[in-house]
Design a protein around this ligand. Sequence first.
Ligand code: T5A
Length: 230
Amino acid sequence: MRAASGSGPFDSPGTATYQHIMRGTFITFEGGEGSGKSTQARLLADYLRASGRTVIETREPGGSPFAERLRGFILDPDLPPHEPISEALLFYAARADHIASVIRPALERGSCVICDRFSDSTRVYQGAAGHLEQTVIDQLETLVVGMMQPDLTFLLDIAPELGLARAKARGAGTDGYEARGVAYHERLRAGFLDLAARHSERFHVLDGGDPKDAIAARVRETVARRLGAA
Ligand code: T5A
């Protein structure tokens, strides 16, 4: 678990309590629709379990019983038009419970937490592409997430046309985000790449258009290096 800048609801990094409590590793996967995040999160979890680690696989929105209930509501394509701030508050309401009931306890136990999307998705979907001011997201982030920032984030970068075609071919229902136009998905892609450039210490950008096995091998190498150094 990595320290965020600014104060949060948890101890400061460098204090005995902070280092004592947070023994696990927090890894997130980010990217646009159909970029292959869920596939890679699952493959990494299988690999780490096979090498003897305790792994918690989770996702956002969702990941706890309360947050999963909110997920159904947030992703309902028939939700009436609403303010970007309302949408962001719903994601952070779900995230607060997810952190408190799943992520933080697992990291305290020393587990590896692998999360399919986390706060970077809010910064990009509601911020860069949804036009909610980053200062508003910064405030919510400080309030809800604080120090619980990922140690490592994999960005699966993919052309929106390819990602959307994959999501469609998979045959699952279309949520409100997938239904938005290609221009919106281009803004998402640019937003993710910009975020990755600004936080290069934790982001690893991978080509989501590559074959699954090749991506998985690169993910494993990066994680092995990071865990080996921990
Ligand atoms: N959201 C979320 C926000 O707006 N703000 C937030 O703060 C958060 C947390 C979540 C939605 O919520 C939004 C973003 C999202 O729109 P979701 O149902 O969780 O919705 O959907 P996504 O996260 O977009 O996930 P998807 O399931 O659509 O896509 P994935 O996880 O990127 O892709 P995956 O792994 O399921 O793969 C899709 C298909 O492609 C194939 C797979 O087999 C599968 O069929 N595939 C590949 N094919 C070829 N080559 C590869 N390398 C492949 N990798 C996967």
